[in-house]
Design a binder for this molecule. Structure first.
Ligand SMILES: Nc1ncnc2c1ncn2[C@@H]1O[C@H](COP(=O)(O)OP(=O)(O)OP(=O)(O)O)[C@@H](O)[C@H]1O
Length: 262
């Protein structure tokens, strides 16, 4: 058992959903979603395009009201911190601000002085490997570096839950792999639990403690959670593990991406 798993406390919980139903204009997209997320746990949400992954993410962080059911996130106040933050597919940086100022932006409204915000922005930049270039402008960074700034900005507010919506899908394969490895590393150094949406099954098995599979929406029915798979592979070098391929294949068959072996 690795350290993160050992540290997980079965009773502690930072995010809960109970029989959640979501939809738009009277049309249900997703229903019967139940979830409990422990501190520092990493859950990936996978499923076919249009199944409702991003919709669920937006509802879990509270941006989208539920049609039915309950959602709870631990919002008990902590100094200089926010309950949650989000990393998007595109980094959404302000081009006219230096990257340290972009990261500091998320710290506004927390009662910190400007100097304190600028100082606090440095640690997360170091965490994502950009500590030596805080004064650069976003346009002088590669796509991967810009996404690292987006991650640093989300980490700067010390969230209890970090929501990530396909954060690596716009990157080239090599950069994507590098950032995946960095996220595995980063987890050892952050207190945040992570909810990670991806359509990449390998990525989900590589990164997560649990993978929630959404599906069953064929024929216009609302989607639901069709399975939640515990990933028990050691976090180190998962790609090379003998069972990695089998777990990926199992999830792919659940989603219907590949036929079941006869
Ligand atoms: N604002 C909206 N108004 C109406 N329908 C919406 C809205 N947002 C999403 N939907 C619908 O809800 C369903 C789920 O969309 P969502 O973006 O959550 O899927 P997804 O699984 O994240 O897809 P993808 O992998 O392609 O990003 C889709 O049918 C989509 O058209």
């Amino acid at each position: 058992m690795d350290t993160l798993t050992a540290e997980r406390n079965a009773d502690a919980c930072v995010l809960k959903a109970h029989d959640l139903a979501l939809g738009f204009g009277g049309q249900r997209v997703l229903e019967h979603v139940d979830l409990r997320l422990a501190p520092r746990e990493f859950i990936a949400i996978v499923g076919a395009s249009g199944v409702g992954k991003s919709t669920l993410l937006r509802a879990l962080c509270g941006l989208l009201p539920a049609v039915a059911g309950e959602r709870w996130l631990d919002e008990s106040p902590r100094d200089g911190a926010r309950p949650w933050s989000m990393v998007f597919q595109a980094p959404r940086l302000f081009p006219w601000r230096r990257i340290r100022a972009n990261v500091a932006l998320g710290l506004e409204g927390l009662g910190l002085s400007r100097e304190e915000r600028q100082r606090r922005a440095l640690a997360p930049l170091e965490l994502v490997g950009l500590g030596d270039m805080p004064e650069r402008f976003p346009s002088t960074l590669s796509g991967g570096q810009q996404q690292r700034v987006g991650i640093a900005r989300a980490l700067a507010v010390k969230p209890r839950v970090l929501f990530m919506d396909e954060p690596f899908s716009a990157l080239d394969a090599i950069t994507r792999r590098r950032l995946q490895n960095e996220l595995i590393d980063l987890r050892q150094r952050t207190e945040a639990a992570i909810v990670f949406v991806t359509h990449d099954i390998e990525e989900a098995v590589l990164l997560a403690d649990r993978v929630m599979v959404l599906g069953g929406h064929q024929g216009g029915a609302p989607a639901r959670v069709i399975d939640t798979l515990e990933i028990t592979l050691p976090t180190d070098n998962r790609r090379e593990h003998a069972d990695f391929g089998a777990q990926v294949h199992h999830l792919e068959t659940l989603i219907g991406a590949v036929p079941e072996a006869s």
